[in-house]
Design a protein around this ligand. Structure first.
Ligand code: ADP
Length: 498
């Protein structure tokens, strides 16, 4: 019964022995691999797998061999006792191998995470190593870059033609660029404890600017009037934004201030010139219309006068008509010269001689009063091409106005200078009189504007002077403070060859 199964039994026994040998070979090989690379989880897993497999092979093969030996030796009943134990050991070994395999997936994930962390750690370690080795060089490079950046910003701060100012929230000036010192009229040593609030006029307080900044986060090109340290006023455009951590760690305010005083003055002058040009056009039209009838009235009055004896009452009436008509004609002529329609007869004139003649003529009128007239002439002034009669009229107007602006005492100073860059002969007439009210300043060149009592002033003197100077391609400017006196400046062009 046993013999027909002999080859199968032989194969079973040999196979069992081979199973044990092979499983131990695998175990030995994996153990070697694990010793070489202890951290490798695959080898660790394979080691435990092979160990389980070896145990399984031993238990299974031992069972089969024992079974065969017991059958051949006729102790089949012994095998009947051993069999359940052999089966149990096989089962346990199988479960161990299965459990190790199932558990491996979780361990594998953890292992991957550990590997990732290890890699990151390695990278960080390498970076640290690099930093350690190159830190000095990197600090040097960074310092150089910072120095270049600092230089660039300082240059912008120093070279800006506009004022750059950093102030604390309460207006205390912390930093000010050179243009700022010029604009505010401050010396560098005077900056300590200066507050920008003090430079703003009362109508535009600092609190308004800060409130706007808090509300909008910026202030953009707002027009303000600044009081300079010398007491003057300047119109400026202010832009403001917060300056982080500038005032002892707290936020300050960065202000960009653009001086627009010159531009505004020019705009005002142009508006004034425009206004006077249109008034001139109007008055010249009216003057022309009046001039002819006046000429006729005067002619007839003079014709009638010829036939009347001086004793007749009609003669006196006609004389009054003649005198008043002549007065009217003077006014009309003044209007025409304001409108620049009358012709100028220009010749090369020594301005100093002209001024002297005007002053000599006027001096007797001032004799009884304590009026001091002084002259300061620039000897370098060349002869200038002008209509002397008309310029004399201008000078006479200006000196008489200066006289009228004073009570019984005061000083009138007439000076000349040559503006070489603009090629202009400049005549200045300054007085210590009552000055001109701010609201009157834009109107003094208007025809018929006068502040003098009726009968004393016609309001034509300055408008006529303005027309004459315009006719010479020059300019007439005024500078006056109420109570401080006035200064009229005449600029007349000098020819290039002069
Ligand atoms: P008028 O002298 O007839 O009033 P003007 O045209 O010469 O006319 O002057 C106009 C106004 O300008 C004067 O009424 C005066 O208010 C003012 N003014 C001119 N020159 C001076 C001066 N030197 N000082 C003060 N006010 C002046």
């Amino acid at each position: 019964m046993i013999l027909p199964f002999f080859p199968i039994i032989l194969v079973d026994v040999v196979g069992s022995i081979l199973m044990i040998v092979l499983s131990f070979c695998c175990l030995g090989y994996v153990r070697k691999l694990r010793v070489q690379d202890q951290d490798n989880l695959v080898w660790t897993y394979l080691f435990w797998f092979c160990l389980g497999l070896a145990c399984f092979a031993v238990s299974r093969s031992a069972g089969h061999i024992l079974k065969t030996a017991l059958i051949f030796s006729g102790h089949q009943e012994v095998w009947g006792w051993v069999r359940p134990f052999s089966g149990a050991v096989n089962t346990v070994m199988f479960i161990v191998v299965g459990a190790v395999t199932l558990f491996f997936e979780r361990i594998w994930n953890i292992y991957q995470m550990i590997l990732k962390d290890r890699k990151a750690l390695q990278t960080a370690h390498n970076e640290l190593l690099f930093l350690n080795e190159n830190l000095e060089q990197m600090v040097q490079d960074r310092t150089r870059a910072l120095a270049i950046s600092e230089f660039k910003h300082r240059q912008i701060f120093e070279a800006s033609k506009d004022m750059i100012l950093i102030a604390a929230k309460d207006g205390l000036i912390l930093h000010l660029n050179p243009s700022g010192y010029d604009l505010l009229g401050l010396e560098e040593k005077e900056l300590k404890q200066q507050n920008f609030q003090d430079f703003l006029v009362r109508e535009q307080p600092w609190s308004d600017l800060v409130a706007q900044l808090d509300k909008n986060g910026f202030v953009s090109s707002q027009e303000y009037t600044l009081r300079t340290a010398e007491g003057g006023h300047k119109r400026v455009l202010i832009s403001a934004s917060p300056a982080m951590g500038e005032a002892e760690g707290e936020d300050g305010i960065l202000l960009l201030v653009k001086d627009i005083e010159r531009r505004r003055l020019m705009e005002e002058q142009m508006a004034q010139a425009d206004k006077l040009a249109s008034i001139g056009e109007l008055s010249s039209g009216v003057a022309h219309e009046i001039n002819n009838p006046l000429g006729v009235i005067l002619g007839y009055a003079q014709l009638l006068l010829r036939n009347e004896s001086q004793e007749s009452p009609l003669y006196h009436d006609l004389k009054v008509i003649e005198k008043q008509t002549k007065n009217c004609k003077t006014v009309v002529e003044d209007l025409l010269s304001f409108a620049r329609t009358s012709k100028a007869y220009k010749e090369e004139v020594d301005i100093h001689k002209t001024i002297r003649e005007v002053l000599d003529f006027l001096q007797p009128h001032f004799k009884s009063d304590e009026i001091e007239i002084s002259t300061h002439f620039d000897d370098g002034l060349p002869r200038v091409l002008l209509d002397e009669k008309k310029i004399k009229q201008v000078l006479m107007n200006l000196v008489m106005n200066a006289r009228h602006a004073m009570d019984d005492s005061g000083r009138i100073r007439v000076s000349t200078r040559l503006d070489r860059t603009r090629k202009m002969a400049v005549i200045e007439i300054a007085d210590t009189g009552h000055g001109i009210e701010k609201q009157h300043l834009p109107r003094i060149f208007d025809p018929f504007f006068t502040t003098k009592p009726t009968g004393k002033g016609t309001g034509l003197g300055l408008s006529v002077s303005y027309g004459i100077i315009q006719n010479h391609e020059g300019r007439i400017l005024v500078d006056s403070e109420p109570g401080q006196g006035s200064r009229f400046t005449i600029e007349l062009p000098v020819k290039a060859e002069d």
